[in-house]
Design a binder for this molecule. Sequence first.
Ligand SMILES: NCc1[nH]cc(CCC(=O)O)c1CC(=O)O
Length: 307
Amino acid sequence: MKSIILGTRASALAVAQVELTTKALAAAFPAMQIERREFVTRGDKKLDLSLLRANEAGGKGLFTKELEDALLNGSIDVAVHSLKDLPGHNPPGLDITAVLERAPTADVLITKQPQTLLDLPQGVLLGTSSVRRARQLQWRRPDVRVEEWRGNVQTRLRKLAERDDVTGIILAQAGLERLGHDLSAGRLETEHGKFYVTSLAEDLLPAIGQGAIALQSRADRAEVAAVLQKIDHRETHLAIRAERELQRLLAGDCALPVGVRTKLLPGGIAMRAILFGPPDAPPKQAEAEAATPEAVAAEVFAQLEQH
Ligand SMILES: NCc1[nH]cc(CCC(=O)O)c1CC(=O)O
């Protein structure tokens, strides 16, 4: 291919992700002309309606449908997505053809004072838009109150700065780092203020696909697939195959409160998962190792079903 058109949302994070994709393509195909088209998704339009509840907002797919439609009608060749935001099943005719190297998968706690999850004062209020995060937080700290916050990363940081009654928010480390923030000193300086950052890697299991960038293309476009396969990151792809398989088995393309961590081993793959059910029931947990991504997902699914 002499030229390729990438489709993306217009948010700062989406643009950072399309730039990483452009870099990878330019390194592998120095002569290729790489173009970009930006889309406003239904999710972007609804971001400001803070009264909207997550389930009413339609869950996953809100941020991806316009890009998938553009792939199907041929106006773009590749859609660049946060894998985490993709629905559990590929729409007919589309594949996740490649993934870029995964960023750190952890969630981080952003607070106004230096505090870890366990030493937050009793009964504080935190903001998060994710049921997965809320349920894991409240399982560890039942006294903590959680308010549902929508909006992109910058909007949430601004709200945190403005609201004296809110102690902190939970965000993905990957998103903040892709926006150019260096979190290594445990600090986050933004135009809205200075915050403290604590990794929740030991406290919360990440979302399926967290930190990974999916490059989606049409199943019937072999020349696009051949280009994308050149920049596919093999280890990341194995991990997300396992996580997506678990998602498929759970039939959870909505806001299912499931956390997952996968780790590649020399001869296989390991997975841990946590799944929340009815409000006061304890979560189900599973841990397994297997030779293939599909096998480890099947074993973890079987354990989650058993309890
Ligand atoms: N739901 C929004 C979203 N989609 C992807 C990321 C960050 C990057 C990633 O997790 O891959 C974020 C922000 C966040 O969860 O803090």
